[in-house]
Design a binder for this molecule. Sequence first.
Ligand code: SAH
Ligand code: SF4
Length: 407
Amino acid sequence: MNPSVAQAAAPAAEPVARRPSLVGRTRPGLGEALAEIGVPEKERRMRVGQLWNWIYHYGVRDFQEMTTIGKGLRAQLAERFSLDLPEVTAEQVSSDGTRKWLLRMPPAGPRDRGAEIECVYIPEVDRGTLCVSSQVGCTLTCTFCHTGTQRLVRNLTTEEIVAQLMVARERLGDFPNRTPPEGAFVPGDGGRFVSNIVFMGMGEPLYNFDGVRDAIAVISDDQGLSLGRRRITVSTSGVVPQIGPLGDEMGTMLAISLHAVRDDLRNELVPLNRKYPIKDLLEACRTYPGLSNAKRITFEYVMLKGVNDSDAEARELVRLLKGIPAKINLIPFNPWPGTRYECSDWERIERFSEIVFKAGYASPVRTPRGRDILAACGQLKSETEKLSARARLMLEQGEAETAAAAH
Ligand code: SAH
Ligand code: SF4
């Protein structure tokens, strides 16, 4: 089946002075905005609460709709700030209901053209999962991952991370009392809006620790977007020193991109393994704060034909994870142009999963979703060529600051 593709109009020329958006800001960030327009300190807390409610609970896009705030203050806010969301430059709908949005972030400064990132919504029977990005590109170079080949890398800001959820909720008609925008997809069964978030889009979330932490604070706040921390999963390729702090400061679910059971192979697939080998990684997992049978770590394992998919490796995987409350997620490799890997045969994946299952682990094989729109989670790749071209252009024009390494 052909996916339907809605291409939004080409972005207009850059406006000269853009009013900064309040959408995506933390509570202290909103406090600062109020301070900027002279709201007295003793009033700020109450005003932040009001703004918070309008922005995150109701999703309003116009200060005039904030009826609990006096007209004067509304006008002051509107003069200095906006409630803009990133522009949706393309929306693709897969035949299986998966939706992919290409978002263009507002430029951070006069010389920044604004990053483009993708996020993907995957509706399932019992949940709706939004796969979000934490960086533009990735400084790590996992050999099977297309994001790792991208040259333009920067951390997304807290606002840019939160904005991905705001756009999804708006496009899905998921704010109370708001008329969804034209073309929005409103799930008919009431239960398939965004209920879960996975940081499995572009980038290594633990290399953007503060940005991700603050975004999670906004997303999980029960007065606003209200997505519980148990419904948020941060996936890491294994930044060992940040795993403990992730549990302490964010309290989310943890996913580890393991992909190999021996250091020599993992060094090749996930080069960060040279710095933090499997033993250290698993030790950090064992001591992950809050770990219990109800709060298990997900181990992701991409199935690469003839590389990491033997019976012996399945058995070794089970042995390695002994004692760690774990789930194992087998991911069929999603090939991209120029890759040297192939996806394991289906029979091989089944056999591997059987060994894991017999050892007592639920081992769902992540069904490839949205393949017709190249939207597999962790594989947000279709725009990467374009971004590389942009990166080259920017570098040529001496705008290297926008391509600064993320860490
Ligand atoms: N950087 C983080 C999160 C983003 S990647 C991490 O590596 O965990 C999210 C998941 O998608 C990871 O498990 C990653 O290994 C996987 N992935 C990347 N490229 C893939 C591909 N081509 N096919 C299948 N899974 C892939
Ligand atoms: Fe980066 Fe994750 Fe891709 Fe590795 S798998 S290059 S850490 S995004």
